[in-house]
Design a protein around this ligand. Structure first.
Ligand code: NAD
Length: 423
């Protein structure tokens, strides 16, 4: 007999509602471990912090920040920090829960956590960005640490922000705690291969899925939503393998070129001004992105983008979830009915946290690996995890998403059971 959480009101397609429905779908495959499933339906700990800073014009501004530790049964919390005006506690809860599933799916010794600040960082000066990062880090400093919870970059955060977080935590604790965050610059204990790791994981899992579908990557048409760290790197790797990137959407708009967009020119422009500043494609209305003729669709922006309506009209045969939670449950069902294969976020975008794990291990041993070693290890972990998930999907005749949850939840709940309840 468990009470409902009072501090969120999820709807069917909201991030936490989506996550809860994904957990419900795995229960029939958990056997006796299903007894513990409620532990996945509530965060272990959720911290809301006030982040006041003095702005450049002398005014005082307050922002709302969060750090949620969803589950730590298998190890310390791990998960990114998002700076975005739409961040909410409910969104951060869902993102932290997806981290729990993801770290277990690739068998890393972590739990799941996530953080965020409700702010539009594009409206802040560099100095204001540093202040907000440092004050937020100080506020959540009571629950993060190299052995308790290790943040990393997510939407609108990057290596510089991780450097400020590491420095702030270190100042407050009196040492140099490189292992408190991952995704740091190389000079500060960062890892080679980390910046491209998530996009690389999307490529590695996507290449394997295409192979199993009998789809030739040479000439395959790909549409990418979100052209930041994850989307642009995945696009580059697929283009190197011979695919054509025919449509790209970011927060500025959508561009299409059926002959393939020239990424070498597009990426630097997109990074600076957004994709619609690029002249080598046609600007189309945003909704037209979803019915652009393509073989592979890569959502790599935000949650809830693939709605039922968009799932109905996509021409893709393969969806690679670079973003977290891009597909709502009703859309998932439609894609399955239409025979569209979805490689779910909790395995598809796990490359980032895998190399974050390598970074953390390297920081502790103060011994750094070369990029080849990192990529070989990354590819091996991703492929082993994907193959195990695929076998589970085939065995139970379930989607790759439910199979990933089955593999991950068994690990998490076995750990929970073996640890037992305290007191
Ligand atoms: P980013 O900030 O580098 O890029 C985000 C991209 O999304 C930008 O191109 C932005 O313009 C675009 N975008 C934002 N709002 C949009 C909208 N309404 N419509 C279309 N495009 C929009 O972020 P990122 O690190 O690439 O993260 C993208 C997604 O991947 C997120 O869901 C994130 O949680 C997930 N993810 C990131 C990592 C990582 O290592 N960075 C790891 C796993 C998952």
């Amino acid at each position: 007999m468990s009470e409902k959480l009072s501090f969120v009101s999820p709807t069917a397609n909201s991030p936490w509602g989506t996550y809860l429905s994904q957990v419900d779908r795995v229960v029939p495959y958990l056997g006796p471990l299903a007894r513990w499933v409620e532990t996945l339906k509530r965060p272990k700990r959720a911290l809301i912090v006030d982040v006041p800073i003095e702005m450049d014009d002398g005014t005082i501004a307050h922002f709302e920040g969060y750090r949620v530790q969803h589950n730590m049964s298998r190890g310390p919390g791990k998960g990114g920090v998002r700076f975005h005006p739409d961040v909410t506690l409910e969104e951060v809860m869902a993102l932290s829960a997806w981290m729990t599933i993801k770290t277990a799916a690739v068998n890393l010794p972590y739990g799941g956590a996530k953080g965020g600040i409700r702010v539009d960082p594009k409206k802040l000066s560099l100095q204001e960005l540093e202040k907000i990062t440092r004050r937020y880090t100080s506020e959540i400093g009571i629950i993060i640490g190299p052995h308790t919870d290790i943040p990393a970059p997510d939407v609108n955060t990057n290596g510089q922000i991780m450097a400020w977080m590491m420095d702030t935590y270190s100042m407050n604790t009196g040492g140099t705690a490189t292992g408190v965050v991952t995704g740091k610059p190389l000079h500060l204990g960062g890892s080679l291969g980390r910046v491209k790791a998530t996009g690389r994981g999307v490529f590695v899992t996507g290449r394997e899925a295409a192979r199993r579908l009998g789809m030739d990557l040479r000439g395959a048409r790909i549409a990418v939503q979100g052209f930041g760290n994850v989307g642009s790197v995945a696009a580059e790797l697929f283009a190197e393998a011979g695919a054509k990137i025919v449509a790209v959407q970011d927060h500025t708009g959508t561009i299409v070129n059926t002959n393939g967009l020239d990424l070498a020119t597009l990426i630097p422009i997109a990074n600076k001004e957004g994709v619609i500043a690029f002249k080598g494609g046609d600007v189309v209305p945003n909704e037209a992105f979803w019915d652009t003729a393509c073989d592979i669709l890569i959502p790599a922006a935000l949650e809830g983008q693939i709605t039922a309506e968009r799932a109905q009209k996509t021409t893709a045969k393969l969806v690679l979830e670079g973003a977290n939670g891009p597909t709502v449950p009703t859309a998932d069902d439609i894609l399955a009915e239409r025979g569209v294969l979805v490689v779910p976020d909790v395995i598809c975008n796990a490359g980032g946290v895998t190399v974050s794990y390598f970074e953390w291990v390297q920081d502790f041993s103060s011994f750094f690996w070369d990029e080849d070693e990192i990529n070989v290890r990354l590819d091996r972990i991703m492929m082993n995890a994907l193959n195990q998930i695929w076998d589970t999907a085939d065995k139970h005749k379930i989607t790759l998403r439910t199979a990933t949850y089955a593999v991950a939840c068994e690990r998490i709940l076995t750990a929970r059971q073996e640890r037992g309840l305290y007191p």
